[in-house]
Ligand binder design. Sequence first.
Ligand SMILES: C[S@@+](CC[C@H](N)C(=O)[O-])C[C@H]1O[C@@H](n2cnc3c(N)ncnc32)[C@H](O)[C@@H]1O
Length: 278
Amino acid sequence: MNHRMEAVGNAYSGDNICPICHIAATSLGEHIRNAHGEEEFRRAVLEAKAGGMSDPEIGSRFGITFKQLEKFITETYGINISALEKPKKIKHWAPKDFREETATVWSFKQRGNWVTHDGKYRGNWSPYIPRNLILKYSKPGDVVLDYFVGGGTTAVEAKLLGRRCIARDINPACIGLTSGNLDFRLPETFLGELSTCEPEVLVGDARDLSDLSNNSIDLICAHPPYAGIISYSSKVEGDLLKLGIEEFLQEIQKVAKESYRVLKPGRKCAILIGDTRQ
Ligand SMILES: C[S@@+](CC[C@H](N)C(=O)[O-])C[C@H]1O[C@@H](n2cnc3c(N)ncnc32)[C@H](O)[C@@H]1O
């Protein structure tokens, strides 16, 4: 989420050959836009991205900023992801040398890339966060609810730790991403005595959990959108990301009310929320 890039110049170079008509252009972005139109321009940018070109290279080649690139990706794929290629093969099933957090400030050296975790979904949280929460506040077989599941980080951790999980998100593209990230089979002996619990993954609105009974959830892991910070990134009806602060606060109250209703007495709801800048 911290990448920053400004468009850099477009001086003529061998890289400025138009991928559509193959002529050399002094300003490739301008040329594609003028000669082939906006749609072709966007296609050329996304093809470069899918082909593995780095973001700074794309910026330099097509004369766009990092924010414009994010906007193209989000509008085309319905989700703000940083890589368009297929997920990698699983190399590790758990974080190396993991130790549960014991202090009131949590800090992680890496964001974590075991199993299918990666930073591809730009709004995701480090898997160390749900791992710590789940270990600290639930036991095997408990039900963990994440109604802002995004790319599925919590659901993946719940599956790895033998917890049942109800995973929801308002954005169908996120639910697709979550299902993809959960598409792995645990090694036979991984959970010992426990059996694998496949998370229940559904499109849903966190403000309305009416299909869940009162006092039925053991732990809620909630990572809501940060009110309006990236306002262009969603066209999905009901996405709280689109709201200004006042409206966001009103709507998040509905989530809080529902959370209180479905949570078993004495159990925990953990919330991660970022700063909002004005
Ligand atoms: C900060 S992201 C959560 C990311 C997640 N922790 C992860 O690791 O991928 C917030 C998510 O809330 C979802 N969202 C926004 N409004 C919602 C709503 N009303 N109900 C359910 N999900 C919503 C967005 O689609 C987004 O995926």
